[in-house]
Ligand binder design. Structure first.
Ligand code: HEM
Ligand SMILES: *[C@@H]1O[C@H](CO)[C@@H](O)[C@H](O)[C@H]1NC(C)=O
Ligand SMILES: *[C@@H]1O[C@H](CO)[C@@H](O)[C@H](O)[C@H]1NC(C)=O
Length: 386
């Protein structure tokens, strides 16, 4: 059995040669050396939760809160969780949800966070279910952070801050790292190997935000665009097709199911529950940090919670997200696999679920099963160290 799983780990590298050359990730906010060392010395932990503003009641201890939402975020008077620009030298990365949390002090504002901060922050601010919070935080810390300190950069490599051994055991690339958690066909981030993207798959791409907005406008019956299930399923399908055509090194393994999950956050988590839970443009722009240039493209400012925003009433759980992933995948089924040259797609085989790139899930449990397999075995994920 062991031999079998090692074999399946190695196979994708043979099939998709570029996987043997993993890139390193940059950081978005380039700091001076002095600022970097100041940040290193003073990792500002996330603001503690005051009994006056308990949110869902999660503490920074990895445990579950009460899962009861409908709460204003940040709470009026809770100055500790007010928006602030990222401090110089801070890390920000491919996840708008976590970037916004750091900009509001739910995670350490420098962007070097911990498992416990993430699990508390996503419960308290977004009313994400504890099971989903733990799942995502575990994947993030284990693939891109440090299992001893449980620290993780939400952006580029911060090994000196996340590791007590200073990275003797290898670099801890942070969430920007391509191919561990961050991957191809994202909503608003370019593919790492896309010609012209300059190996940057973590920075907001305003052209992509414009394409997403145009697509969701085309499927909305409302006069203003809604970033809903119909629009985002179609846009995910378009992004996949675009990557097959344009990215010579596209890699789309089952792990990419999490991108369908991330797309569901736009209509399940970002909407304001005190305003009809509508995934409208102003709300989505605020969480993505998008600023309308008026010509179909968008500029970027740091992500923030919209004014007078209330989180969802019921928690968004692992089973909930699996149901959305299933529905979105089945709306436009795609082959798993990768490109060997632009437009030259080679499908993946993965016993017992996937054959010739095809996957036929019928229940949310099928989705969870594949997600767990992909997360725990990292199969068929990324390269063995060369
Ligand atoms: C709980 C821990 C979380 C971790 C470790 C995490 C990590 C990530 C990573 C690595 C990506 C990049 C995926 C890619 O584009 O290849 C991502 C994307 C994304 N995340 Fe998170 N995330 C977490 C929670 C959240 C939450 C709570 C939200 C929303 C409230 C959120 C919203 C998003 C969205 C919308 C994207 C897609 C961005 C795009 O494709 O342009 N995430 N996340
Ligand atoms: C990490 O620390 C080492 C030793 O002090 C130093 O040589 C290296 O440049 C640092 N790396 C970063 C990314 O700051
Ligand atoms: C942004 O996305 C567009 C559309 O895919 C692409 O043409 C452009 O090269 C991307 N820009 C960067 C800097 O990645």
């Amino acid at each position: 059995m062991r031999a079998l799983s090692l074999l399946s780990l190695a196979l994708p590298v043979f099939a998709y040669p570029h996987l043997a050359h993993k890139g390193s990730a940059g950081i978005r906010i380039l700091p001076s050396e002095q600022a970097r060392s100041d940040v290193r010395l003073s990792r500002r932990a996330a603001a503690p939760y005051s009994p006056l503003y308990p949110y869902t009641g999660a503490q920074i201890d990895g445990l579950s809160g009460l899962a009861v939402g409908g709460i204003q975020v940040p709470a009026p008077g809770d100055t500790a969780h007010e928006y602030q620009d990222p401090p110089e030298g801070a890390y920000r990365g491919p996840c708008p949800g976590l970037n916004a949390l750091a900009n509001h002090g739910f995670l350490s504002r420098d962007g070097v966070t911990t498992f416990d901060e993430v699990v508390a922050g996503v419960q308290n601010a977004y009313n994400m279910g504890w099971d989903l919070a733990v799942f995502l935080a575990t994947v993030g810390v284990s693939l891109d952070g440090d299992l001893v300190t449980t620290k993780m950069s939400i952006g580029g490599d911060a090994t000196n801050e996340t590791s007590i051994t200073g990275g003797l055991l290898g670099a801890e690339g942070g969430l920007n790292t391509h191919g561990t958690f961050e991957s191809d066909t994202s909503l608003t981030r370019s593919d790492y190997y896309l010609p012209g993207a300059n190996y940057d798959s973590h920075t907001f791409n305003g052209t992509l935000f414009g394409m997403m907005t145009a697509t969701v406008s085309s499927t909305s019956s409302a006069s203003a665009p809604l970033y809903d299930f119909a629009g985002l399923s179609l846009y995910r399908s378009q992004r996949y097709d675009q990557s097959v055509a344009e990215n010579p090194n596209l890699y789309f393994p089952p792990k990419e199911l999490h991108l369908y999950g991330a797309a569901s956050f736009l209509y399940e988590i970002f909407p304001n529950s005190a305003a009809g839970s509508v995934p409208d443009k102003a709300t989505i722009m605020s969480f993505f940090g998008a600023v309308d240039n008026g010509d179909g493209t968008y500029a970027w400012v740091p992500e923030r919670f919209p004014e007078d925003w209330y989180n969802r009433a019921t928690a968004y759980t692992l089973l909930d997200i699996a149901e959305q992933i299933l529905a979105m995948y089945l709306a436009y089924p795609k082959l798993f696999g990768g490109n060997v040259g632009a437009g030259n797609f080679v499908p993946l085989d993965l016993d017992p679920h996937i054959s010739g790139g095809e996957w036929s899930p019928s229940t949310a449990e099928d989705v969870l099963c594949l997600l767990y397999q992909a997360a725990t075995e990292n199969v068929p994920g990324e390269p063995l160290p060369a």
